[in-house]
Design a protein around this ligand. Structure first.
Ligand code: NAD
Length: 415
């Protein structure tokens, strides 16, 4: 992830003709905080974890990014993900910067009470750099609305009532309606716009989806509702296909009950490893990093890939697919619906006001269409692919803000 994000950054910096000096300024995180978290476990023994927060850039607004609880969480990983948040918030043009953080721990081996203690200690250690106008965390791998509620509660003990310190909260605790489906909804809009460029509609295409968790399931549901034909879906336990289209509402209900699409009676079963090369017009990877590799690239049948997951295509596969003429709508554009509705949640919290679902969805649609068109226009103007264009647009917006705030007299052309 670190290598890939740096590589794409430098490709875009090359297009923009940025000097080494400016590249260094834009790529270096502004602050990295590492804290020790010592808590007493249920067994009375002390346990120790390391927590991180990487604040990459806040030129366009407060730092924004998820908190990940995972044994492999470290500073390098957090730094790469933090920089991607900076470019992503700039592409959708919401007033945030980029950050990422987390705790190196294994939540599957911890009780809820343990997790609560660890989270609250993390807040206690990092509260000076967090806040509604400073840095606003959100859920990421192994964190959820419940954890966000603990963060809001703990931070508010020190600073007073502060719902806007964190997003992705439960709807009954100052969360936003529409946040749970926002990333999948944004994926649907990104696909719809990419198809429009090719003179097609959602009702013209077949779709294969890897992953049927939060993002994949809502994307499937919304694409099907707009007339798209979902021909295959796979999760980590298995896949299910139907050439004339799966009954997605029934599959959604099945997965809600069984926590997998495996054994869904409304289609034919297949091995989940086959999903990447499934015969469909569109492939939506919505599961893992590095899901599409150079080995898959020659056999991918889709002509459009919408990257719902973060980093699902390896750089080698990206190059091979690009040469084959496959259109890739990159993660930092395609999955930005989540952070966009996080921005709406923050705005509602600041205003002490609640939006109706229709307003959330209509505003999200406007943001995603604008972002897609902005990226598409950069790609057309500079004759580059959508991924490089996304980085170019993000770097331009962040670069102009950073340099005009910090180094107003440096003559630099980022146009
Ligand atoms: P999730 O945990 O809800 O779902 C993940 C899905 O991937 C599950 O269905 C799981 O079975 C499946 N999966 C795991 N390994 C697989 C394999 N080997 N083959 C097939 N399927 C496999 O996660 P999510 O929230 O839906 O996130 C999915 C991706 O989208 C992640 O990369 C995440 O970083 C990214 N993302 C999520 C959001 C969000 O708002 N949730 C926002 C931006 C990006």
């Amino acid at each position: 992830m670190l290598d890939a994000s740096l590589r794409y950054f430098h490709q875009a910096a090359e297009v923009l003709g940025l000097s080494t000096n400016i590249r260094e300024i834009l790529v270096t995180p502004r602050r990295v905080m590492k804290v020790e978290i010592v808590t007493e476990g249920d067994d009375g023994l002390l346990s120790r974890h390391i927590g991180f927060r990487v604040q990459h850039n806040n030129a366009r607004g407060p730092y924004k990014g998820g908190l990940r609880y995972h044994p492999a969480m470290d500073e390098d990983h957090a730094s790469a993900l933090a920089s991607l948040m900076t470019w992503k918030t700039a592409i959708v043009n919401v007033p945030f910067g980029g950050a990422k953080g987390g705790i190196s721990c294994d939540p599957s081996k911890m009780s809820v009470v343990d997790l609560d203690r660890v989270t609250r200690t993390f807040v206690e250690r990092t509260k000076e750099i967090m806040g509604p106008t400073l840095d606003i965390p959100a859920p990421d791998v192994n964190t959820n609305p419940e954890v966000m509620a603990w963060i809001m509660d703990e931070y508010s003990k020190y600073e007073g009532f502060s719902p806007a310190v964190v997003t992705g909260k439960p709807v009954h605790l100052f969360g936003s309606v529409g946040r749970d489906e926002a990333t999948g909804r944004g994926v649907m809009y990104a696909l719809r716009e990419a198809l429009r460029d090719q003179g097609k509609k959602l009702s013209d295409i077949t779709v294969a989806i890897q992953g049927f968790g939060n993002v994949g399931s809502h994307a499937a549901r919304l694409i099907a509702a707009e007339g798209g034909t979902i021909v295959a879906v796979a999760d980590h336990l298995g896949g299910v296909s139907k050439p004339d289209g799966l009954d997605v509402p029934a599959l959604f209900a099945w997965a809600g009950q069984h926590h997998t699409v495996d054994a869904f009676p409304g289609g034919d079963a297949f091995d989940c490893s086959e999903i990447i090369t499934w015969p469909a017009d569109v492939l939506i990877p919505a599961a893992l990093e590095d899901a599409i590799t150079a080995d898959h690239a020659p056999d991918v049948q889709a002509s459009i890939i919408i990257e719902a997951a973060n980093g699902p295509t390896t750089p080698e596969a990206n190059d091979l697919l690009h040469k084959r003429g496959v259109t890739i709508v990159p993660d930092i554009l395609a999955n930005a619906g989540g952070v966009t509705v996080s921005y709406f949640e923050w705005a509602q919290n600041i205003q002490q006001f609640r939006w109706e679902i229709d307003r959330v969805n209509a505003e999200l649609e406007k943001v995603m269409i604008r972002a897609y068109q902005d990226v598409r226009d950069v790609a057309a103007k500079r004759k580059i692919d959508l991924r490089t264009a996304s980085f170019v647009l993000g770097i331009q917006r962040v670069g102009i803000a950073s340099l005009s705030r910090q180094h107003a007299r440096v003559p630099i052309d980022l146009s």
